[in-house]
Design a protein around this ligand. Structure first.
Ligand code: SF4
Length: 294
C-alpha cells in the first residue's frame, strides 16, 4: 500500500516555535515556581497532555483577570503563538513573573502596524473573527478599532472621507475574502491604507489536501476534532474524496476502511505533532497493509 503525504501539513512555523520553546524551558529545569502556559498552546490533546507531563499547567486569561489565580514572582508564564491582550501583558508585568513570549512573528507584525497606524492618527478597520484569541489580542492594543468579519459588514461600515484609515487583517483570513475587500477598497476609497500579513500556512495546507484528495483512494486527516483548521481540512478533503476520515491518533483507525485500498493520503492539522503522524503510518504498514495483503 502506498502512503502519500500532503505537500504541506502539520505544525506551522508559529506553533512549532511555541512548542520548541516549552520543551527547551522544561529541559533546562532552572525554574523554581510554577510553569504556566497561557491558554491552550495548540488545539491538540496529545500536545496538551505531553506538556502537563513536563510540568506545565494551563493558565486561563479569565482566571487571571478575575484574580482566581494568584501568581508568584518565581512563576514562569509562556504566551502562546496567537498572543494575548494588552490587559494580560499588564497583569503579568505587574506580578513580575518570568514571561516567555512565543507570539508568532506574523501576529506581532500586525500588532506593531496597528500601534504605528494609530500613532500616525489613522483609524483602524480590522478584518477577522472578533471572538478569536488572536484578534482579541491584537485589537486590544488599539484605542478605536472597528472589526468586520465579512464583505457585507465591510461595505456597511461608513467610511469618513475626511479621515485616514488603516485596514488590517487576521493572519488566517480567507484570501478570497481579503482580495474582494481589497478590490472594493481600491475602487472606492483613497483614504484607506491596506496592510495585510495573511499567513500562508493555513491556505497552503488547504490547497495541498484538496490536491491530495484527488490523487488517492482514501484520505486520513490527523488532528484534534476540536481544532478548527483540522475540521476545515476534513471538509475540503471530503468534498473531493468521499473516503475521508478525521482521526486523532492510531487507535481510531478502522480496518474496514482499508478494504481494497492501494493508495492512502495523509494530512494533518497545524497543531498535530509529527510523532502522531508517524505512529499512524507505522500502524498502517504493520497492521492494515499485512491484513489486506496489498
Ligand atoms: S500566523 Fe501562521 S505561522 Fe503563525 S501561528 Fe498563526 S498559522 Fe501559525
Amino acid at each position: 500500500m502506498e502512503i502519500k503525504r500532503a505537500e504541506k501539513m502539520g505544525f506551522c512555523f508559529g506553533v512549532a516555535g511555541a512548542i520548541n520553546l516549552c520543551n527547551k524551558i522544561a529541559e533546562e529545569k532552572n525554574f523554581q515556581g510554577n510553569l504556566f502556559i497561557l491558554g491552550m498552546l495548540v488545539h491538540n490533546k496529545n500536545v496538551t497532555s505531553d506538556m502537563e507531563k513536563k510540568g506545565f499547567k494551563t493558565l486561563s486569561e479569565e482566571d487571571l483577570k478575575e484574580e482566581k489565580i494568584k501568581l508568584n514572582k518565581k512563576d514562569t508564564v509562556i504566551i502562546r503563538a496567537h498572543g494575548t491582550t494588552k490587559e494580560i501583558y499588564d497583569i503579568l508585568e505587574k506580578e513580575k513573573v518570568k514571561i516567555y513570549d512565543a507570539t508568532c512573528v506574523f501576529v506581532e507584525r500586525i500588532r506593531k502596524a496597528l500601534i504605528e497606524a494609530e500613532k500616525n492618527g489613522k483609524k483602524i478597520i480590522f478584518i477577522g473573527d472578533r471572538y478569536h484569541p488572536e484578534v482579541k489580542g491584537i485589537v486590544s492594543f488599539g484605542n478605536d478599532v472597528t472589526i468586520v468579519n465579512s464583505f457585507e459588514e465591510f461595505t456597511k461600515f461608513s467610511v469618513d472621507k475626511e479621515k485616514e484609515y488603516c485596514l488590517l487583517t487576521q493572519t488566517t483570513l480567507n484570501k478570497e475574502l481579503f482580495f474582494k475587500i481589497k478590490e472594493y477598497t481600491e475602487k472606492n476609497y483613497k483614504n484607506i491604507d491596506i496592510f495585510s500579513k495573511i499567513c500562508g500556512a493555513t491556505y497552503e495546507r488547504q490547497k495541498a489536501v484538496e490536491k491530495l484528495a484527488g490523487e488517492v483512494e482514501m484520505v486520513l486527516i490527523v488532528g484534534d476534532n476540536k481544532s478548527s483548521n483540522t475540521k476545515k481540512l476534513y471538509e475540503i478533503s471530503k468534498s473531493v474524496n468521499e473516503k475521508s476520515y478525521l482521526i486523532q491518533d492510531k487507535t481510531e483507525l478502522n480496518s474496514s476502511w482499508f478494504n481494497g485500498i492501494k493508495k492512502v493520503g495523509i494530512t494533518a492539522g497545524a497543531s498535530t505533532p509529527e510523532e502522531i503522524i508517524l505512529e499512524i503510518e507505522k500502524e498502517i504498514r504493520g497492521t492494515f497493509d499485512d491484513k489486506h495483503g496489498l
